[in-house]
Design a protein around this ligand. Structure first.
Ligand code: IMP
Ligand code: MG
Length: 172
């Protein structure tokens, strides 16, 4: 079904980069407990592999948001699944698969900030930097990627392709 998928970053390269990010996060949160918010569904694969390589004590939360797009990306986001725990006073890390326009992460960051965490940072696996419409500070970035449609390692094309073990792109 998914034809013309080319490998952008192979399985090994992805795991190596995630190990580096895990180490960096461990250093930054030494002795702390980190509340990790996995943004469903795309960030599931990244979150699992990242957390397995981290030593920091972690509490895992899931959120799901959806963006409504007409002909133009409006940036209108709604929450489909919210947090289960109170994050006030906590050190929180949002884990996301890909940043495109930045609307999703901007919305999530503003929303979570209203809950008054002690700190709030963002880890993304891939950053389609050229496409950014709003400026969002990314604290940990796996790969800066070209403006291509990305699939694999959690990312989908119409819900297909998430389970590819590498980061690929659809060759047009
Ligand atoms: P943003 O709000 O425009 O930054 O979009 C972020 C969301 O759009 C991501 O969480 C993905 O679900 C989706 N997305 C953006 N670009 C791609 C892509 O190339 N492949 C798969 N999903 C994408
Ligand atoms: Mg996503």
């Amino acid at each position: 079904m998914l034809e013309n998928v080319k490998v952008l970053y192979g399985e090994e390269a992805v795991q190596e980069r995630i190990a580096q990010l895990a180490k960096q996060i461990d250093e930054d949160y030494a002795e702390k407990t980190l509340t990790v918010i996995c943004v469903l569904k795309g960030a599931v694969f990244f979150t699992v592999d990242l957390l397995k390589q981290m030593k920091t004590q972690v509490s895992l939360e899931m959120m799901q948001v959806s963006s409504y797009e007409g002909t133009e990306t409006t940036g209108k986001i709604t929450i489909k699944k919210d947090l289960e725990q109170d994050i006030s006073g906590k050190d929180v890390l949002i884990v996301e698969d890909i940043v495109d326009t930045g609307y999703t992460l901007q919305y999530l960051k503003e929303y979570l900030q209203t809950k008054q965490p002690n700190s709030l940072k963002i880890a993304v696996l891939t950053d389609k930097a050229e496409r950014r419409k709003v400026d969002v500070k990314l604290d940990y970035t796996g790969f800066v990627i070209p403006n291509e449609f990305i699939v694999g390692y959690g990312m989908d094309y119409d819900e297909i392709g998430r389970n590819l073990p590498y980061i690929g792109y659809i060759k047009s």
